[in-house]
Design a protein around this ligand. Structure first.
Ligand code: CP
Length: 309
């Protein structure tokens, strides 16, 4: 359950069961954050960034977002913690919970960690999933969809594609759910067969292993990196060959509409999934995604903490 009895957002650990209305309310709140309307209004709250996996964008933008709202932030990094002395995830989180934070932002390599912690730790604190294994990365999908909404008008008329290592991508899962909630009708998942989901997993999307066909007439393309750290075995033996077959280069990008936007959640691997000429080109909104990530995360934090007070 992400909702309280009053249908307000209590935690954010998945996009799957979010309501479209909640997503649009978060878009509106994000626009208010961009206008600076709620800066420094939540100084009574304390938030803990609990990251058990590496991060640049998510941890820094959550910290910045919280500080812009006046929320007090403590950053926990497993690399320099007592997990190195054998303390388990559960005991670590129970320990941090005993310190009575108002919100936790959790990233962990195991699917379902944030939802599990929400159940274990009770309702005192709001739990925000900052990425759990191959499962979900809800704030990434929210900031991506928000970025699209700033460039394109009607989700139900868009042709969108997610390209690359879909199988191991929590971002892809959250994006598929958010596109479904927002009424996207033409969503293509493009990549080598071994990195695509089973056809019956998301019946409403199109699976495509030929990128040149899949890019045709697109409005939005989202490139993904190879998530080698989550692969049991190396599905793609040669990254140079992968770039030749599936990388987004300048010639391929011409298959999309002239005003198509190019997105990537980051970190990017230049000349593996995307050519520098495209990632740094005029249609790229990759750094805009990062900028919007701060405002979207401000909206999520404010929404959850305001509900508590
Ligand atoms: N997109 C994303 O989650 O990036 P980080 O791993 O740097 O947080």
């Amino acid at each position: 359950m992400q909702y309280s009895d009053q249908q307000q957002l209590q935690h954010l650990y998945s996009i799957e069961d979010l309501k479209p209305q909640t997503i649009y309310e978060l878009f509106e709140l994000t626009e208010r954050m961009q206008r600076g309307e709620l800066d420094k209004t939540l100084s009574q709250f304390y938030l803990c960034n609990a990251f058990f996996e590496a991060s640049t964008r998510t941890i820094c933008s959550f910290e910045l977002a919280a500080k812009r709202l006046g929320v007090n932030v403590v950053n926990f990094s497993s690399n320099s913690s007592s997990t190195k002395k054998g303390e388990t995830l559960l005991d670590t989180m129970l320990t941090l919970n005993a310190m009575q934070f108002d919100a936790f932002v959790i990233r962990h390599s195991s699917d379902g960690t944030a939802e599990y912690m929400a159940k274990i730790m009770g309702d005192r604190s709001a739990i925000i999933n900052a990425g759990d294994g191959c499962n979900e990365h809800p704030t990434q999908a929210l900031l991506d969809a928000f970025t699209i909404s700033q460039h394109k008008n009607h989700f139900d008329q868009l042709k969108v594609a997610i390209v690359g290592d879909i199988a191991h991508s929590r971002v892809a899962r959250s994006l598929i759910y958010i596109f479904q909630h927002l009424g996207v009708k033409d969503c293509r998942l493009i990549g080598p067969r071994g990195l695509l989901p089973d056809a019956d997993k998301y019946p409403w999307v199109t699976l495509e292993d030929n990128i040149d066909q899949g890019l045709q007439d697109l409005d939005v393309v989202i490139m993904l990196r190879m998530q080698l750290e989550r692969m049991d075995q190396r599905v793609i033996p040669d990254l140079q060959e992968y770039f030749l077959k599936y990388g987004l280069n300048g010639d391929r990008a011409k298959r999309m509409k002239d005003d198509a936007i190019v997105m990537h959640p980051g970190p990017i691997n230049r000349e593996v999934e995307i050519a520098s000429s495209v990632s740094d080109g005029k249609n790229s909104v990759i750094l805009e995604q990062v900028r919007n990530g701060v405002h979207m995360r401000m909206a999520v934090i404010a929404s959850l903490l305001t509900h508590k007070s």
